[in-house]
Design a protein around this ligand. Structure first.
Ligand code: NDP
Length: 485
């Protein structure tokens, strides 16, 4: 149970920071110490009904506000976060366990750019026009009114804003539910909403547990569209309930992404790229490359170099700027990842480095740390190579030629991302075209142009976000038809 001495996070409903209707809270841990340091509202239907009522009331105001004015408010919010960048970065680091350096260089700046990007993109939304002999038609893109976003713990502010920003920019009022595991920066953002100029009820943040408040959002009759990022199992549940109610649902789900290294790849960049794809954010990014496929001709040399770099990662206190590997987000998740390492052993895998929970000294001695772990000797179809582990654990597999590389890359139920490393432009084109994933990086990993479509094939998702795709998701398209003159 959470103690009274901890900071209480509040819901943000109708422009006010409010406690949950039930008065119930649960504890929020700092995973680098395992200690509870704040309390999260355990919100329920009553809180959701209040948020929906506030959003419905605000909907005409926000919808009818000129796009420029909405953009100005969103830019102001971005600027307010920017002024407090260090505070946000530290909060994200403590809440999630990820290295402070990553929060400063990626999470918070990207959260700010999401707001700015969609503030501007929202102003550029256009319709189409169609002229025929007898008709002239044009389309309007109109906001739903009230929409919801549900986001995960791995990139808390980044993914929270990735959904919130296009929803707001397209003229919707939003009920946003951050992960119960990492609610802090979403809460901090909500405390700035009034100063940024959001009319009350436009932005509502409801904290709590997925199974309770998340499920309530999914079945709420007055929320016609939900944008979800999270695990495939949860996504399936939301899709099941939401689609029966004919809601529009966008699903960004898990991945089991291949990193494919051909023998003509530039050695240093391929090696460093594979390490970054494997271990950034302790491997807790949906885009992480957790299956490393290496051409047979360079397999042994690459494996040895990769293992050396994996072993050289600095696992430690996330607040220490030199740390490259912070804490795993929770005890439960650490147990899950350790379970997969044990499974890999049972399946006959050889642990080339790592494989153990790490116990730190000092401040983080009770925190949740796992050594970067590299495994070889497993077949493509075993569970270790089929299921998303979402931790600092990768497998290495050799392949002989392009066809075999593609078959291995496509051998899982997921299809989110892939990175291929080769100096042959022709091979890059061929392989990119044949890999079943929503994004294929060539000689790079995790580079993003926010205008491009983003999403997964197979069990990795339904629909695309990014750029105008996200704005389109949050709008209804209407055709207006009149006689041609
Ligand atoms: P979860 O699916 O457990 O949770 C995601 C969000 O859904 C959280 O806010 C969670 O709340 C909420 N939720 C949980 N159960 C329900 C429910 N029954 N109804 C409605 N909402 C619910 O994912 P994680 O937070 O564990 O995130 C990790 C997963 O996210 C990985 O699988 C990863 O691959 C995926 N992901 C995908 C990305 C993509 O773009 N494709 C990007 C980033 C992550 P609570 O936290 O309170 O349980």
């Amino acid at each position: 149970m959470a103690g009274a001495k901890h900071k209480k996070i509040m819901n943000f409903i109708g422009g006010e920071l409010v406690p949950p209707a039930s008065g119930d809270y649960f504890g929020n841990e700092d995973p680098s110490t395992g200690h509870i340091y704040s309390e999260v509202p355990d919100s329920d239907e009553k809180d959701l009904d209040a948020a929906v009522a506030a959003a419905e009331k605000a909907a005409p105001v926000w919808k009818n506000m000129p796009g420029e004015s909405r953009a100005e408010i969103m830019h102001k919010l971005a600027a307010l976060i920017e002024q407090r960048q260090d505070e946000f970065a530290r909060a994200e680091c403590i809440d999630n366990g990820k290295p402070l350096s990553l929060c400063k260089s990626v999470d918070i700046p990207r959260g700010i750019s999401n707001l700015r990007f969609f503030a501007d993109a929202g102003k550029d939304m256009t319709g189409e026009s169609f002229r025929a002999d007898k008709t002239f038609s044009y389309t309007l893109r109109q906001p739903f009114g009230v929409v919801a976003t549900i986001s995960p713990w791995n990139l808390p502010l980044l993914l929270f804003t990735w959904k919130l920003a296009p929803a707001l920019a397209s003229g919707n009022c939003v009920i946003a539910k951050p992960s119960e595991v990492t609610p802090m920066t979403a809460y901090m953002l909500s405390t700035l909403a009034e100063e940024a100029g959001f009319p009350p009820g436009v932005l509502n943040v409801v904290h709590g547990k997925g199974a309770r408040i998340g499920a309530a959002i999914t079945r709420h009759p007055k929320i016609p569209a939900i944008s979800f990022t999270g695990g495939t199992v949860t996504g399936r549940e939301i899709y099941g309930t939401g689609s029966r109610l004919l809601k529009k649902i966008s699903l960004e789900l898990g991945g089991k992404n291949p990193t494919v290294i051909f023998d003509d790849a530039k050695w240093d960049s391929a090696l460093k790229g594979a390490v970054a794809a494997a271990f950034t954010n302790q491997g807790q990014i949906c885009l992480c490359g957790s299956r490393i496929l290496v051409q047979q001709t360079i397999y042994t040399k690459f494996r040895d170099a990769f293992v050396k770099l994996a072993g050289a990662q600095k696992v430690g206190d996330p607040l220490d700027e030199a740390t490259t590997q912070g804490a795993i987000v929770s005890h439960a998740h650490m147990d899950k990842v350790m379970g997969y390492i044990n499974l890999a052993r049972e399946e006959g895998g050889e642990i080339l480095c790592g494989g153990k929970r790490l116990f730190m000294k000092g401040r983080c001695k009770t925190g949740y740390f796992i050594e970067p772990t590299v495994i070889e000797g497993l077949g493509a179809s075993c569970r270790t190579n089929q299921e998303e582990i979402f931790g600092p654990v990768v497998t290495l597999m050799p392949f002989r030629n392009e066809d075999e590389a593609i078959a291995l890359a496509n051998s899982t139920p997921y299809g989110l991302a892939a990175s291929i490393w080769t100096e042959s432009k022709e091979r890059a084109r061929n392989v990119a075209a044949r890999i079943d994933s929503g994004i294929v990086w060539v000689n790079c990993w995790n580079l993003r142009d926010l205008r491009t479509p983003f999403g997964g094939m197979k069990n990795s998702g339904v629909g695309r976000e990014g750029g105008f795709r996200a704005l389109e998701f949050f709008t209804e398209e209407k055709t207006v038809c009149q006689p041609a003159v």
